[in-house]
Write a protein that binds this ligand. Structure first.
Ligand code: GAF
Length: 394
């Protein structure tokens, strides 16, 4: 089904006979730096040309309502006391944002809102962050509050933590809100200092292979990983009081206390300190335009995510193995939280076709699943819509 920004606008006009404010909020990819954000480490994400579109306007009857195009559902909002709901689950992403506006003392006018988009859900492309960020941005614009983007990012993350229940880091919301066309964001998740770096891939392109699986453990295991990292920090802090997060630890420190960190906590800590160091080296690779070295680090990240952090699954390991065996692929790994979703692959442009047909066939033969693929372009972050462009709604 084809959906344009104008279609979201038209749906709004059909329902409410008014011209709305339109906000676009993208999903993201992440080149390297996985599960480092909530350990105060570094990440390298970018906003992409898949997005959630919001059409919103003040209402005249004092009531507030949100309509989801995807679910064809209306939801009435109590602006005074928003609480998490069992159903519809999609409402929680938005209700948590409203809760934060209320709790922070930002007044909200009653509104009507319609939203829809083309970010595949459960693919690791941060459809949830795009919804939270787009809605926070839209409320800020509609109500003429001058909340800066960094605070809107934190409002969006709060919603994910407290109304959705995933104790995510800051990367997804930051990338969605702050993306810049053709640039990756080099983000320090502790200070939130960042810089944009042009992504010059020359003969290469980024290809996402969607495994089409989403193992049910995603959210609970994500929170468990975060908790295991915190356990590791508590142990290391006894020996190195200055350590407040794994960002402050080195591989030597972690190895030295292997026995006390024990099993899984040791593995998790080792992966994180290695990955934080790897992102810094990878950013130097990008600056030197050394894609070969950069891609090798992507493979190393996958190895760590699979063996030490245990957030991969047979389907994703298979896709990365396939990529590794292909000479035109210089790097591949699971992207995002894990347990399903996409791999990100650095592929020679002229070999994209043969790579995809080979892997698609092998994946179907092995798992009986039709893999989806996405070739993404890097775009700006959340903003008021100025132009009318075609997007595809899946
Ligand atoms: C998910 C989370 F939302 C991010 O904060 C990040 O931790 C990522 O998993 C793993 O790097 O997308």
């Amino acid at each position: 089904m084809e959906l344009t920004v104008q279609d979201v606008q038209s749906k709004f006009k059909e329902l409410y006979q008014k011209e709305p404010l339109v906000v676009r909020s993208p999903g993201r990819i992440n080149l390297i730096g996985e599960h480092t954000d909530y350990n105060d480490g570094f990440v390298m994400p970018a906003a992409i040309d898949r997005e959630t579109v919001f059409a919103i306007s003040e209402s005249t009857d004092g009531k507030s309502e949100i309509y989801s195009i995807k679910y064809n559902q209306h939801y009435s909002v109590d602006l005074n006391n928003p609480q998490p709901v069992k159903a519809p689950a999609w409402a929680n992403y938005l209700l948590g944002v409203i809760r934060q506006f209320v709790d922070k003392g930002y007044t909200l006018k009653p509104f009507r809102c319609v939203f829809g988009g083309n970010i595949p859900m459960g693919a690791g492309l941060s459809s949830s962050a795009s919804v939270e960020c787009g809605f926070a941005f839209a409320l800020n614009e509609l109500n003429h509050h001058a909340i800066d983007k960094k605070e809107l990012i934190k409002i969006a993350q709060w919603s994910e933590h407290n109304f959705v229940g995933v104790k995510c880091g800051i990367m997804d919301q930051f990338a969605s809100m702050m993306g810049s066309e053709n640039h990756v964001i080099l983000l320090d998740c502790r200070s939130l200092e960042y810089r944009y770096s042009p992504l010059e891939l020359k003969d290469f392109t980024i290809v996402l292979c969607d495994s089409k699986v989403k193992h049910s453990l995603v959210d609970s295991e994500y929170n468990t990983r975060r908790n295991e990292c915190e356990q590791g920090v508590a142990i290391l802090k006894k020996y190195y009081p200055a350590i407040n997060s794994l960002r402050d630890a080195t591989e030597d420190m972690v190895r030295k206390h292997k026995d006390e960190l024990k099993g899984k906590v040791f593995d998790r800590c080792l992966y994180v300190v290695q990955e934080i160091a790897r992102v810094q080296l990878a950013s130097q690779d990008l600056e030197r335009h050394d894609l070969k070295a950069f891609g090798e680090k992507m493979f190393e990240t996958h190895e760590g995510l699979s063996k030490l952090y245990e957030v991969s699954c047979p389907e994703l390991d298979f896709l990365v193995e396939q990529a590794k065996a292909f000479s035109g692929v210089w790097g591949a790994r699971v992207m995002g939280g894990g347990f399903g979703g996409c791999t990100i692959n650095l592929v020679k442009k002229e070999e994209v076709g043969s790579f995809l047909s080979t892997v698609r066939q092998a994946y179907a033969d092995r798992f009986g699943i039709a893999m989806e693929t996405y070739i993404v372009n890097i775009k700006d972050g959340t903003s008021v819509s100025k132009s009318i462009e075609k997007i595809t709604l899946h």
